[in-house]
Ligand binder design. Structure first.
Ligand SMILES: [Zn+2]
Length: 495
């Protein structure tokens, strides 16, 4: 039994898919005008843990993600420039080249972080006809109005607008006004109204624009996610045409908590206005990554990329590990110190896996099935782990259980093979690449060097001994001095 905190109902609820064992799962993807930063990746890692937990439980997950390659403006108020067109101008590339480049960069980083790829990745520019059809349906139902620069959604017409943010229409309007995140353009009826279709300005030539019944232009950011949800999960399109009666409710929609008041609120308004049905059953939102006292933001230029971590000698998986230290609904403070600790913990976990392999003479080709019959103490640890992760993805608790396994392995001398298999089972959720760790037998030459070093140490010739240690390390191994002599272990080079 899995329970999640549902942002829509504001309480923890038992999760059951609407359709047997298959879960329809949507996550908001990146706007591909620059690199995603580690703050963004905290959200993608949380979503990956969510997906892995569903898979672990035996569900089939149909995961869909959009790529925003058009229509995301520099201001949330439907004003300002298109982020991708702007990047194209400054980088002297075409808008399509920009989108392609940063989409690839995004998935490369995801791979480094061991984030499982979605079943379907949908760039918004491939669904222009569908977007137009959905806007027409909203128009027909009287939810839209026209201004000099586009077609807008009239949020005052949608009952329960703002329910995801826990507010009614008036309070959400007032909050946004007070927060001054949005300026009211003179033609907009309400501050919360948003563009469905933006008309290209007569003074500029856009690279990405399409004809529509309202004139040449491009879709708004919020309609993109609505369309992609309804097409790939809601099954409401046939030959690019929208059929509201076909629409199905989606099991889970996830994203960063910053998307609640505007983007996700607007997704709900569009879909439920168009279909008359509930859009999503479970909404899950991840909290921010905090750099000391400020939120990381691309506009402030204080963002850290996955590549920056690598350049400083950290494994991207150390960052992945770091994010498990806080529950996904709590802000996580990022610091170099915390990352160092995470890297050290990760190294210790890898070392523990090597010990299991070594102690149990385990061939890494052994079957890694999930239905192993564990002996009682291990079975208990497994149950504690499942209890933690099924309770709204409590990764700090799950991690504590994992460390208990490691501690007990050494103290209580658990069976190495069973322990190894249980660790791999946990890693189906953690995704730290433990299954890739292999025992590599050091060459005769390295074994001889190690013996020589031991001799030198006995003779207290520390400097010479250290030289040899370095020589061995340069060949991809490291030495661990134990009471039973020196162990030669392969250095881990994951990523
Ligand atoms: Zn979205």
């Amino acid at each position: 039994m899995i329970s999640f905190y549902n942002s829509l109902t504001k309480k923890k609820e038992t999760f059951n898919p609407l359709n047997g064992k298959e879960v329809s799962f949507y996550t908001c993807g990146p706007t591909v005008y620059s690199y995603a930063h580690i703050g963004n990746f905290r959200t993608y890692i949380f979503e990956d843990i969510l997906k892995r937990t569903l898979l672990f439980q035996g569900y089939k997950v149909n995961h869909v993600m959009n790529i925003t390659d058009v229509g995301h403006l520099t201001s949330d108020a439907d004003t300002g420039e298109d982020k991708i067109e702007k990047a194209a101008q400054t980088q002297k590339k075409s808008a399509f080249e920009i989108a392609e480049f940063y989409t690839k960069a995004f998935f490369d980083d995801c791979q480094k972080l061991n984030i499982l790829p979605p079943n379907t990745v949908a760039p918004a520019t491939r669904l222009i006809k569908e977007a137009i059809s959905l806007i027409q349906a909203l128009e027909k139902k009287g939810f839209t109005y026209k201004t000099s620069d586009g077609i807008y959604f009239d949020t005052s017409k949608f009952k329960d607008y703002g329910k995801l943010a826990g507010m009614n229409f008036e309070t959400l309007n007032q909050t946004l006004k007070a927060g001054a995140r949005i300026e009211l353009s003179p033609e907009k009826k309400n501050i919360t109204d948003f563009s469905l279709w933006k008309l290209s300005s007569p003074n500029e030539k856009r690279q990405m624009e399409w004809p529509s019944p309202w004139g040449i232009g491009f879709p708004g950011w919020h309609i993109e996610c609505a369309v992609i949800n309804l097409k790939y999960l809601g099954q409401a399109f046939e030959n690019e045409k929208f059929f509201p009666e076909k629409a199905q409710t989606i099991d889970i929609h996830a994203g960063g908590s910053d998307l609640i008041p505007i983007h996700h609120t607007n997704e709900i308004a569009q879909v439920e206005a168009a279909t008359g049905k509930k859009f999503v059953n479970f909404w899950l939102h991840g909290e921010f990554l905090i750099l000391k006292d400020f939120k990381m933001s691309k506009s402030k230029g204080n963002m850290i990329l996955i590549d920056d971590l690598k350049k400083q000698g950290f494994s991207p998986l150390a960052f992945r590990y770091l994010t498990f230290n806080a529950h996904y609904r709590k802000p996580l403070e990022f610091s170099l110190e915390a990352l160092k600790n995470a890297q050290e913990s990760l190294n210790n976990i890898y070392d523990f896996i090597l010990d299991c392999l070594n102690d149990g003479k385990i061939e890494t080709s052994i079957k890694k099935e999930t239905d192993v019959k564990f002996s009682l103490p291990l079975q208990k640890i497994k149950e504690d782990f499942e209890k933690a992760i099924y309770d709204d993805l409590n990764t700090p608790q799950a991690l504590a259980v994992f460390w208990k396994l490691i501690k007990d392995y050494y103290q209580k001398e658990f069976n190495p093979k069973e322990t190894y298999l249980l660790a791999l089972l946990f890693d189906k959720i953690f995704g730290l690449g433990l299954d890739k760790i292999k025992l590599i037998t050091p060459s005769k030459e390295i074994q001889l060097l190690s013996k020589k070093r031991e001799q030198l140490r006995k003779e207290e010739k520390w400097e010479e001994a250290d030289k040899i240690r370095k020589e061995i390390e340069d060949q991809g191994f490291f030495l661990k001095d134990t009471k039973n002599g020196t162990l030669i272990k392969p250095k881990l080079n994951i990523n």
